[in-house]
Design a protein around this ligand. Sequence first.
Ligand SMILES: Cc1cc2nc3c(=O)[nH]c(=O)nc-3n(C[C@H](O)[C@H](O)[C@H](O)COP(=O)(O)OP(=O)(O)OC[C@H]3O[C@@H](n4cnc5c(N)ncnc54)[C@H](O)[C@@H]3O)c2cc1C
Length: 834
Amino acid sequence: MPELVLIVLCIIGAFVLAMRRAPLWMWAAGLAAALLIWQSGMLRGQFGEFAGGTLALLPWAVVAILAALSAPAVRRSVLIRPLYSKIKGILPKVSATEQEALNAGTIGFDAELFSGQPDWDKLRTVPAVTLSEEEKAFLDGPTNELCRMINDWTIRHNEREIPVEIWDFVRKQGFFGMLISKEHEGLGFSPQAMSIIIGRISTRSPDVGNVVIVPNSLGPGELIEKYGTPEQKQHYLPRLAKGLEVPCFSLTGPTSGSDAASMRDVGYVTRGTHEGKEVVGIRLSWEKRYITLGPNATLVGLAFRVFDPENLLGRGEDRGITVALVPADHPGVEIGRRHLPSGTAFPNGPNWGKDVFIPIDWVIGGEKMVGQGWRMLMECLAAGRSITLPAGAAAGAKSLLRNTSAYARIRKQFDLPIGRMEGLEEPLTRMVENAYAIEAARAATASMVSRGEKPSVISALMKYQSTERMRRSVNDAMDLHGGRAICDGPSNYVMAAYQMMPVAITVEGANILTRSLITFAQGALRSHPYLYKEIQACQDPDEEQGLEAFETAFIDHVSFAVSNVFGAFFHNVTFGWFGSVPEKAYGTAQWYRQLWRASRNFAFVADLTVAVLGGGLKTRQKITGRLADALSELYFLSCVLKRYEDDGKPAGDRDIVALCARNGLFRFQEAMRGAVDNFPSLPVRWLMRAVAFPLGAHYKPAPDWLGHRCVALVLAPGEVRDRLTRFIYVSQDANDPTGLLEVAFAKVVAAEAAEKKLDRAVRAGQVRRVHGTDWIGDAARLGIVSDDEARLLREVETLTARVIAVDHFDPAEVRPHYMTPGHNARAVHTAAAE
Ligand SMILES: Cc1cc2nc3c(=O)[nH]c(=O)nc-3n(C[C@H](O)[C@H](O)[C@H](O)COP(=O)(O)OP(=O)(O)OC[C@H]3O[C@@H](n4cnc5c(N)ncnc54)[C@H](O)[C@@H]3O)c2cc1C
């Protein structure tokens, strides 16, 4: 019996030491104390043979090693120095572009999740959505006016073009300069405000949304604002803010898509003549494609590689990627015709040039910024990915939910609103979850960017997760509408989002690349508490300084890894009951506890994955993709809890939070299981299973009854439905396709009792509901419904007929206007052929 007590005490002691991340000497002392008790007379009776045998020396050898390694001089000479030299020798060199990408962004709450012990206060201190009075006025004024002006069908089909009056309006009202400072005549809005404004516009027309997005992201307004010379700022920013320049940003070429840094577009530093004077400049040749706003651009932001063969800049030959501002009418600049991306209407096309000379001061930031282009792009991309694409995705998910739930309540089959059928409740449940969770993550991330963060890992996961979830919502919306959303026309309010979806998936880092490479494989380096420090130390040219930094990081890393093993195991066998919960987490404590437990598991598996796969991480994309999914679930669920608290914990939202939490934890578990089950090393796989799933996988998806309750919240008007779809444009005009839905939805709900009476009468054969009969009049005459009810039913009948109607056309009307003579497509442009 005493030996059992000792074993239990030893295990408890090991847990305490590991979780408190105790130094080595404490482990040595603890082990020595346990051995002394074990070998003392107290236990001799039971364990005499062992205590007295030669084997007894083994544990003491461990104590001796631990004690010796506690001495800094010994540790350094026998362990750290040889290890440092070995790792330094095998560590793949981080390329210059990778290094710039790594240095570009900031780390934030992602690092808390990687640490396995998230500090909830760090998330809670991110401000809730706040807009200034001016921003609110702009949202309610010019933004709503723009939304009213937009006719999606005219843009997307009739004209395949953004109408002149829309261009004029967005220019005049300053939509192109939302982030440009007031000093430079822009609106000087916060990224949070811009995100909401862009989202609202996108729900009316993704094409107009895109036109507004480009000048406000890479466009190159942001690049000029951040890196431009005073002259560039003074000249271009007011012109961009007022829309006097239409900008585009040209990075992608035929051979350099996802691998943009491999571009063949080149500039040689040389002397040339500009405006009659001989100046130092760059002779450029390039070929770009897919450039949004390219066909209409007056100012081309151009990325290319620079070489300085004559060393005119005095900094060597290969200067690297550079970004310049090239007026579209500059001699030699060729603005191509238009691509037709996914049948949408925003301008997009190729551009190219051969041996075009530009003065060196057209480089953004001037001569000193030659070669700094990649860093500039990465820094601005982190902010862009966090704001613009999630803005469109969140707004899309919300408006699709609002419109689809209204339709599902109005449209009846088998005498039942289709939204009440269980089969349709499933996709509607997903739409509710997506609308809530994407908006939660959008709002938190936009607030982070608004307070100056440039979250690189969070921006990557936001980009791919928000657009993937939106893709699910748009597919669900399509299914729920049946033929009504498939047949295109002016009354189709789903098709624009459906068509634009692949664009959002592909731009600013195509989703597969962003998921499987950028978020975890590169993100782990950034967000891991010690890994990047170790790598930096190994790359330090000063050997002794590097060794010292490596030692500190390595010791911390080992204690972190040990604490993860014990911590994850402990929280798994206790089902998360001891997970850390922030103050006043009434109603959400259980989700915080599970998040803590999940984060512990993630930290353990992620750390081991990085340690074992090392340089092979980038090629094990099925593992890193799943870990990116797991990290994303942790982030989204954290944002869901934050949103619920920021909104004042409304009772009506509690079920939706539970829905998000249960499904999020289940998806987290499945992503982790996938990574563990497919881990390439068998012993590591076993260890991961034993620690992360000691009692199996217990999270289950949200139960059907919870989905049912959440869907009921959106099948009737109310504050929960309004909150779920906040910030989008809601029309109440029955002549607008979505306004018609709103009007009809309210009437259908009001007429529910009368409808039931009528349906019963139809089923009983008292009235016949077929063409050529007045079934409502008949029901009124028979006293089944009152005159008022009959009036309401007639209104509902008319509105419903309009809601379910689909458009039809004369064949001539639907012939593509770009197929007219003289407009035959030229499939391929190659600069070489010119
Ligand atoms: C409508 C539209 C508008 C655009 N606007 C602009 C613009 O304004 N300016 C601009 O410069 N560019 C723009 N782009 C280009 C866009 O950024 C690229 O399309 C994108 O970078 C992907 O390049 P790609 O299409 O050549 O695909 P590819 O690079 O050929 O990729 C094909 C597939 O392979 C995957 N993949 C590639 N490498 C990896 C990897 N290492 N690991 C895992 N998966 C990988 C990708 O995720 C993708 O699924 C636009 C594109 C479109 C379609």
